[in-house]
Design a binder for this molecule. Structure first.
Ligand code: NAD
Ligand code: AHE
Ligand code: ZN
Ligand code: ZN
Length: 375
């Protein structure tokens, strides 16, 4: 198949909120600096639902969504040296070239090499898509487009992993689990003995719980409007639960009252701007740090009284948990293989790519953390 167009099945999102359809899609061969990957397993993350729902200002249609996956390199374009056909890989929506200004800064995991192209659904080389249906181009998404049996990614957007790792599990390290762990370890740098609050106990929030436990936090307070999440969360290090619906006072006040003035660290893992405000305001004055992980809909803005920051609270955000993707995803996979981090426990459902609409429905049910699709 090397050098040839591959026709395969992919789930195409034609317009916001319209069910995806499984189509025969033509996937062009990788050009210079590109890698064609056979996707074997892909999970759904809330961000896929967000873009499908028309809430993403960068959302373009028709497109192939999906960014939490694992597969095997089918072929590589000219000049690609970091992977070869047969390598087991995880696509990385947050690239790492190691050479651009942001990669070299040592201050961030954001990479600027291909972001301008991935933000508009195309490849950097020629500004075009590698996906088409009977000649009509279909946009890429997040530089990954994993809801397809084959995809083309930039070489800086693919991490080579240990081939013994089960791809149906480690696909989760392509986004949600890594993001939650990294938010704690890299962005907040939670210390032992501290109090942590987590808003939203989906996969990302639970991974924050796992990360906070590993970092030695003494109290980990989980906040969710779905009480079914509480039992699950205990297995991920959460020690206390609050359902805001059961309180008349604002949730930030409830937390401040229970923590002698507020928490040391809080994490917003929902994408709701009023909750982001509560997450900041439940932090202890003088040092409390709040990390925004959730992705808010187009047009939404955050607000608080500036006094909240003047009096020492810190507001931060994180993308992919601050992990440098190509260098650190293989490290996360190794940690999973050594049983130092959970992954299997986040998988509540498995389906096939053809059942993807059912998987989107499941995302909105409290009982579903991650649904892994086999392609
Ligand atoms: P999810 O839908 O599985 O989890 C969200 C949880 O929040 C659910 O348990 C839900 O009951 C709860 N919730 C909803 N509204 C609430 C409210 N008002 N108060 C309290 N709890 C509430 O989603 P997920 O896959 O875990 O993703 C979480 C968020 O993180 C999404 O916004 C996603 O887009 C974002 N995300 C960001 C990054 C990043 O790099 N920054 C990476 C992955 C995901
Ligand atoms: N396109 C949206 C923002 C989406 C967003 O913030 N994405 C996160 C990853 S979410 C993964 O589930 C991210 O990494 N952002 C940094 C980046 O470079 O995209 C918008 O608002 O335009
Ligand atoms: Zn995601
Ligand atoms: Zn870079």
């Amino acid at each position: 198949t090397q050098g040839q167009v591959i026709t395969c099945k992919a789930a195409v999102a034609w317009e916001p909120n319209k069910p995806l359809t499984i189509e025969d899609v033509q996937v062009a061969p990788p050009q210079a600096g590109e890698v064609r990957v056979q996707i074997l397993y892909t999970a759904l993350c809330h961000t896929d639902a967000y873009t499908w729902g028309g809430k993403d200002p960068e959302g373009l249609f028709p497109c192939i969504l999906g960014h939490e996956a694992a597969g095997i390199v089918e072929s590589v374009g000219e000049g690609v040296t970091n992977v070869k056909p047969g390598d087991h890989v995880i696509p990385c929506y947050q690239a790492e070239c190691g050479e651009c200004k942001t990669c070299k800064s040592g201050k961030t995991n954001l990479c600027g090499k291909v972001r301008s192209a991935t933000g508009v659904g195309v490849m950097l080389n020629d500004g075009k898509s590698r996906f088409s249906i009977n000649g009509k181009p279909i946009y890429h998404f997040m530089g990954t487009s994993t809801f397809s049996q084959y995809t083309v990614v930039h070489d800086v957007s693919v991490a080579k992993i240990d081939p013994i790792a089960p791809l149906d599990k480690v696909c989760l390290l392509g986004c949600g689990v890594s993001t939650g762990l990294g938010a704690v370890w890299n962005t907040a740098k939670v210390e032992p003995g501290t109090i942590v609050a987590i808003f939203g106990l989906g996969t990302v929030g639970l991974a924050v719980g796992e990360g906070a436990k590993a970092a030695g936090a003494s109290r980990i307070i989980g906040i969710d409007i779905d009480s079914k999440k509480f039992d699950i969360a205990k297995n991920f290090g959460v020690t206390e639960f609050i359902n805001p619906k059961e309180h008349e006072k604002p949730i930030q006040q409830v937390i401040i009252d229970r923590t002698d003035g507020g928490v040391d660290y809080s994490f917003e893992c929902i994408g709701n701007v009023s909750v982001m405000r509560a997450a900041l305001e439940c932090c202890h004055k003088g040092w409390g740090t709040s990390v925004i992980v959730g992705v808010a809909a187009s047009g939404q803005e955050i607000s608080t009284r500036p006094f909240q920051l003047v009096s020492g609270r810190v507001w931060k955000g994180t993308a992919f948990g601050g992990f440098k993707s190509r260098s650190q995803v293989p490290w996360l996979v190794d940690k999973y293989l050594k049983k130092e981090i959970k992954v299997d426990e986040y998988i509540t459902h498995t389906l096939t790519l053809s059942e993807i609409n059912k998987a989107f429905d499941l995302l909105h049910e409290g009982g579903c953390l991650r649904c892994v699709l086999s392609t």
